[in-house]
Design a protein around this ligand. Structure first.
Ligand code: HEC
Ligand code: HEC
Length: 216
């Protein structure tokens, strides 16, 4: 018990220190992160499976800001089947443009949580799909490409990746007429089976593990 409390305390102190060092992050954004975002995404932005929240730590500021704006403009998170998107839609609506930008900067400075392979999909098939389809936009190592506005995938949990791929395929994300980038993702996955999506999400987690920095 004592160990648990001590490690909880330690992680809180670490997260406070990390947030405090985020360049450009305002004290208001730090407070908002701790009081609001951390309740669902965790104190380090690491995500929580039971709440279906992604690990947002280290996502680039441009991507976080774009996604928050998509939620705010009801481009993402409004489909009837997309309950977790709806949650984030409601939260994003409470942020001013200034806060949106500041908090995107803060999130981008949090250290990445490397993806673990929890899905156990078909890695051979997943690698084939990744090289054949995904790599051209997300890069060979899945670190993303600003020019294509394609985000890094290696900090996301594999189950979150799988869920998002299903949302894109089934028209729960990327279906709004204004969502040009989301529509690209829909096109890329609309003929893939559930097993294909699981395989490629698993393969991305293996790629991510290879790039994990040793734990400090
Ligand atoms: C009530 C719980 C909740 C709170 C509070 C919350 N989020 Fe979220 N957030 C979610 C869920 C659930 C998702 C996944 C949405 C989906 O499945 O499309 C999400 C998704 C996101 C995404 C999209 C990530 C990606 O990879 O596309 C960003 C960015 C984000 N949240 C940032 C924030 C920020 C910043 C805050 C604080 C202002 C915040 N969230 C507060 C539940 C929450
Ligand atoms: C034509 C370029 C392109 C290709 C090919 C592509 N993507 Fe994407 N992907 C994007 C863009 C752009 C986004 C951002 C969409 C948005 O703004 O909502 C994205 C978003 C995603 C996301 C959401 C990440 C998050 O944080 O929520 C996942 C997961 C993803 N792609 C996986 C894949 C996989 C797996 C493949 C191969 C089957 C693939 N992508 C192929 C361009 C591409």
């Amino acid at each position: 018990m004592r160990i648990v409390i001590r490690s909880l305390l330690a992680s809180t102190i670490i997260s406070v220190a990390l947030i405090g060092s985020a360049a450009g992050a305002t004290p208001e954004a730090e407070q908002k992160f701790r009081q609001v975002c951390a309740t669902c995404h965790g104190p380090q932005g690491e995500g929580k499976r039971e709440l279906k929240t992604p690990s947002i730590a280290s996502l680039p500021a441009w991507y976080v800001q774009t996604q928050l704006e998509k939620f705010q403009k009801s481009i993402r998170g409004t489909a009837a089947d997309d309950v977790s998107g709806q949650q984030m839609h409601a939260i994003a609506a409470t942020l001013t443009p200034r806060m949106t930008e500041a908090i995107a900067g803060l999130v981008s400075k949090l250290p990445r949580n490397p993806t673990r392979n929890t899905l156990k999909g078909d890695l051979t098939e997943g690698e084939f799909i990744f090289r054949d389809v995904c790599m051209q936009c997300h890069r060979y190592n899945a670190t993303g490409e600003l020019v294509f506005k394609s985000p890094p995938l290696i900090g996301l949990q594999d189950w979150y990746i799988e869920r998002q791929l299903r949302k894109f395929r089934d028209g729960n994300r990327g279906a709004d007429k204004r969502d040009i980038k989301g529509a690209k993702m829909h096109l890329m996955v609309n003929d893939l089976s559930d097993a294909d999506l699981r395989g490629v999400a698993s393969y991305i987690s293996v790629l991510a593990a290879k790039q994990a920095k040793p734990a400090k």
